[in-house]
Design a protein around this ligand. Structure first.
Ligand code: G3I
Ligand code: 9MR
Length: 560
């Protein structure tokens, strides 16, 4: 009880399920005897064990010790204590230990809504007035067409702000919505019960689908009704100032160039939405399906319209310097769109694209989306008898092989998780790498029922929630040591408030493209909790979607 807090104990600061494996780590160059678990409510020691030295050191060469308290399964509020050293941040053990975190990761999307008042009733202290009505968006010369020449005013309201900035990008919206729709598709019963306290909570639709609808409405407006092509983004020419709240950030917004990437991602999302909404909102479903087919047709006619911001700026004014999402390889976008269209329509034309596809495993990211489609195909295997069995088997073998290699890598990794076992995991948005690895492991668990895959997914959750090289739980509002200064305009513009909750920050990124002052260059320590740092401490909808998948799926599986 009298021990001081120590940063040397690294643990999941939210908690553990009663029957789960429960591992924490201790950084210490000196020998460690043992540790104990302190029950905060009972004010008593309820567990004691030895610390075990781990063979491998951390990337920066620190010696670490394993604290295993898996045998403690009583629900409660606890701390870890190490005699002579200190105590950890608190954590819980319980059946519903990730319930409110799971909700918060989705509620975060509500906070990101453009074009609407976010009232106190649903947002508490984070209530704010509407910004970005986006009813008077100007067609940029790069996007001009016969019916919509430069300067034409188009209305494209709603949607979610992409990230720490206020712009709306179709490519990143694509993977975000696709990930969330797949989450719903995998666990519909869980979401039938989950409430997010959003304005639509009283209607019959699950809240997650209401929230997604807010962004689908915007995406539909990004399609040119004349030809089906989809604009790459809706953006100011330059990023708005970092301290501005939405209603003060009023620079002109533009529709910028149609692109094949945006159009294919749009097609994938709309096709997936059409089959999901068929059961719950059939009137929307028809519109989604038509939009998807029209987009696909445009892409077939315009297969190589890449988004290249530099070239665009040489040809047109004003210059556009906001997020590029400029993917130059679209083979995976074709696969994703074809997969979703095929599942929703059973039209064999789409199979032609899939048949030729490369099937090896690729971790999803905004620029790498084929496995979003493959996950969907695997999920719908039984409804797709036309697909040759050998093809489907190859897909599943590739998935489980990837899952096994993550599991193996975790065995010899200091932080006891798949994440970070390879330093190439530490890119811009590394916490989404961890989350997407977790999703893969969950898919492998669903397919093959091997508990160890689920355990490894949880290990990545442990990593994100604090068992890592910086000791941060990388999710705002959840844990003892959480980001206080995210690169998030909504948060920076309200310095008197704690950061909006339920957002995972990008995480360690040794490339440090923002030039901010970092405490370390070591890949897994290259993180700074400063609003300066958009390369390690920004939030983004695609990252939150992957993290939301990880947490909600784990809670759904466990609650089952
Ligand atoms: O994939 C390579 C990897 O192979 C290489 O080892 C590594 C070395 O730095 O780079 C990796 O690529 C990086 C890529 O992110 C990884 O996804 C690029 O260098 C890096 O520039 C790129 O950053 C992107 C960033 O925008 C800058 O364009 C992020 O992916 C992307 O998430 C981010 O998105 C921004 C939007 O543009 C604007 N809104 C905010 C949003 C989040 O920060
Ligand atoms: O705020 C912007 C963030 O959303 C982007 O991810 C990042 C990289 O494109 O850029 C941020 O904006 C910065 C700009 O690039 C350079 N000047 C400072 C801006 C942040 O204050």
């Amino acid at each position: 009880d009298s021990l001081e807090l120590t940063e040397a104990i690294r643990l999941n600061q939210v908690g553990y399920f009663p029957e789960a494996s429960k591992l924490a780590l201790l950084l210490s160059e000196q020998p460690v005897d043992g540790f104990f678990i302190w029950d905060v409510s009972e004010k008593a020691i309820v567990f004691e064990a030895d610390a075990k030295e781990i063979e491998v050191r951390t990337l920066s060469g620190k010696k670490i010790w394993k604290l295993d308290f898996s045998a403690l399964s009583e629900s409660g509020n606890y701390e870890i204590g190490v005699p002579g050293l200190g105590k950890s941040y608190p954590f819980q053990i319980g059946e519903n230990v990730f319930g409110s975190l799971a909700q918060a990761t989705l509620k975060a999307f509500f906070f990101q809504r453009a074009s609407t008042d976010i009232t106190k009733e649903f947002a508490g202290v984070w209530g704010r007035s509407a910004g970005h009505p986006d009813t008077l968006v100007e067609v940029h010369p790069s996007a001009a067409s016969a019916l919509r020449p430069t300067g034409t005013i188009v209305s494209a309201p709603k949607g979610w702000y992409d990230a720490g900035d206020y712009n709306k990008y179709v490519v990143n919206s694509g993977i975000t919505v696709g990930t969330l729709l797949s989450l719903y598709e995998a666990y519909p019963d869980f979401f039938a019960k989950q409430k997010l306290n959003i304005p639509e909570s009283a209607n019959a639709l699950p809240d997650i689908l209401d929230e997604i609808t807010w962004n689908l409405d915007w995406m539909l407006a990004m399609q040119d009704p004349a030809d089906g092509g989809v604009y790459h983004k809706l953006t100011t020419a330059r990023f708005e100032g970092i301290g501005l709240e939405p209603k003060m950030a009023v620079n002109q917004r533009f529709l910028v160039q149609k692109s094949t990437a945006a159009t294919l991602d749009f097609a994938a999302v709309m096709a997936q939405a059409s089959r999901i909404f068929e059961a719950v909102a059939p009137e929307n479903a028809i519109g989604y399906q038509k939009a998807a087919e029209k987009a696909w047709a445009w892409a077939v006619d315009h297969p190589e319209v890449y988004y290249r911001q530099n070239e665009l700026n040489e040809a047109f004014d004003p210059d556009i310097s906001t997020g590029a999402y400029g993917d130059q390889n679209l083979s995976d976008e074709w696969v994703w769109a074809a997969a979703e269209l095929y599942i929703s329509s059973h039209n064999l034309d789409y199979w032609e694209t899939l048949e030729k596809a490369e099937l090896e495993y690729r971790l999803p990211s905004w620029s790498q989306v084929n496995w979003l489609g493959f996950y969907s195909l695997i999920r719908h295997e039984k409804q797709l008898p036309q697909i040759p069995q050998e093809w489907m088997s190859m897909l599943k073998i590739n998935l489980v092989t990837a899952a096994k290699s993550y599991q193996t890598a975790a065995q010899t990794h200091a932080w006891l998780a798949p994440m970070g076992a390879e330093t190439k995991d530490f890119i811009w948005g590394s916490n989404a790498v961890a989350s997407n690895q977790g999703i893969l492991l969950i898919e492998a668990f669903r397919l093959y029922g091997e508990e160890v895959f689920l355990q490894m997914a949880k290990a990545n959750l442990d990593y994100i929630l604090g068992r890592n090289a910086t000791g941060f739980s990388y999710v705002t509002g959840f844990g003892g040591k959480t980001p206080q200064q995210p690169h998030h305009r909504l948060a920076v513009s309200r310095p008197e408030l704690p950061p909006l909750p339920g957002f995972v920050v990008g995480g360690p990124n040794p490339s440090q493209q923002d030039g901010c002052d970092y405490p370390s260059k070591v890949p897994d320590e290259s993180y700074v909790d400063s609003s300066c740092s958009y390369a390690s401490n920004e939030i983004a909808i695609n990252w939150n979607a992957a993290f939301a998948y990880l947490v909600n799926a784990i809670q759904a599986i466990e609650a089952d």
